[in-house]
Design a protein. Sequence first.
Length: 271
Amino acid sequence: MVRLAVSELTTFRWSFEEDVAHYRAAGISAIGVWRQKLADIGEQKGAQLLTESGIAVSSLQWAGGFTGSDGRSYEESLTDARQAIITAAEIRAGCLIIHSGARGVHTHKHARRLFRQALDKLLPIAEERGVILAVEPMTGDCGGDFTFLNCLDETHDLVSTYQSSALGVALDVYHWGHQPEFMQRLTQLASRLALVQLGDSREPPSGEPNRCQLGDGTIPLRQIVRGLISAGYSGHFEVELMGEEIEAADYRELLERSVRTFQGWLGGTAT
């Protein structure tokens, strides 16, 4: 069953409690949990609220930074990622999004080795807890501070070297949807996807994310969504919007419009 979710980054100004209440009111059945908002309310209280609300968790965002690019050591990032896996299991998240960390002062080869070492340590924990680690690549123009995985094919190939159902790819269409050859890659990608994030824009990503509401940009989102479903993807489609235009939007209207637009792409109701 195709499921629509919304990331808490989309409704940046709202609290965790407001997100849960308003998402449910808009008919959205799943939420992409941002760890910062969950920490603000407290993990135990947040988990209880999710259970009481009946809303599913499409993802927990994020863990990683294993290259030290965010100021933490490799071991500190590993410790944080282990805790994130435990949290993801407690709230029954569909996946935990993983960012490798920027290349920084490392060679690409060394950065890749650090990341693989981290995955080797984390995957057994994720498998034991029933959590999927979703590695997210981003274009270098706007995601280089988060990950050295700035190539979709490289990320797919890396994940494919692991024979584990607890490892997949988080595909943010905002980063890749403008590429002319992207539509031809959907069939290859579908089987490895743990999550698909939806964001629109009027031009390819560059610098600070500047997304627009679904359908207002030039990314062929309808064709991408339908193509992924045809290729066998059955996970969440998670709306993740940010930027000046989104910050100024009325969040209630944004949620209602996202639901209508997504349902229109499918030609019916999506839960």
